[in-house]
Design a protein around this ligand. Structure first.
Ligand code: SAM
Length: 226
């Protein structure tokens, strides 16, 4: 019986890999990887010998059918991305959907993902939330921000460091200077940092800094403060 197994990998701290992830990587017939160099480094660190094939946003459409046939003729094929959980702002969805439609069992191991620690440690309500991933850079960005402005649940965004201040200014503009936000930067790494406050306070904190690293932005829902 064939299956596709989705294996989350650390988002910084290598100690976050699970015992089950290590065993699954070891037992895989082959590993589909977003960046084979990154995956091979990870495998080397954990002394895992496995066959690695490239599967990324630029080839996933093209090799989908062949990959599906490869999975059908294997026992267990593992999908990994560079960091965190495949399918979450990373390649994976197309292949997973195709496997489901072809009755190939799909498993996803629980493990690292950036938005969960960011949301939980933000101090903003995490009982109900909306994951928005990356906003478009240009077309459609303002519409998405206007929709988030009216969202009652906590919203979660992924953002690049060089667009952080712009994004915080837009949150201020569309949601008001007092809307609470939390910027979670470099999660699980040495320079992990949480900056909590109003959109204005957090924007001012980052404004004259060179912002580096990986970032999750958590935005309070509309009218939840009072
Ligand atoms: N698949 C990943 C996951 O499960 O979270 C996300 C991959 S997406 C291409 C990369 C984005 O995730 C980064 O730009 C950042 O927004 C967020 N991210 C990844 N690692 C992070 C970290 N250590 N700290 C903060 N944000 C992180």
């Amino acid at each position: 019986m064939s299956k596709l197994c989705i294996v989350p990998t650390p988002i910084g701290n290598l100690e976050d890999i699970t015992l089950r992830a290590i065993r699954t990587l070891k037992e895989a017939d082959f590993i589909l990887s977003e960046d084979t160099r990154v995956t091979k480094r990870l495998l080397k660190h954990f002394d895992i010998e496995a066959k690695v094939k490239s599967f990324h946003a630029y080839n996933e459409h093209k090799i989908l059918e062949k990959t599906l046939n490869d999975i059908k003729s294997s026992k267990c094929v593992v999908l990994v991305s560079d960091a965190g959980t495949p399918g979450i702002s990373d390649p994976g969805f197309l292949l997973i959907r195709e496997c489901v439609e072809n009755n190939i069992p799909v498993e996803c191991l629980p493990g690292p993902v950036a938005f969960v620690p960011a949301l939980v440690a933000s101090g903003l309500p995490c009982d109900r939330f909306v994951f928005e991933g990356f906003l478009p850079h240009k077309k459609g960005r303002q519409t998405r921000l206007k929709n988030i402005a009216q969202e009652k649940r906590t919203s979660v965004l992924y953002e690049s460091p060089h667009r952080l201040v712009k994004c915080l200014s837009q949150i201020e503009k569309f949601m008001g200077a007092d809307r609470k936000v939390c910027v979670a930067r470099e999660l699980t790494k040495i320079h992990e940092e949480f900056t909590r406050g109003t959109a204005k306070e957090v924007r001012e904190y980052y404004e004259n800094k060179t912002v580096k690293g990986e970032i999750v932005i958590i935005i309070e829902g509309e009218n939840t403060s009072s």
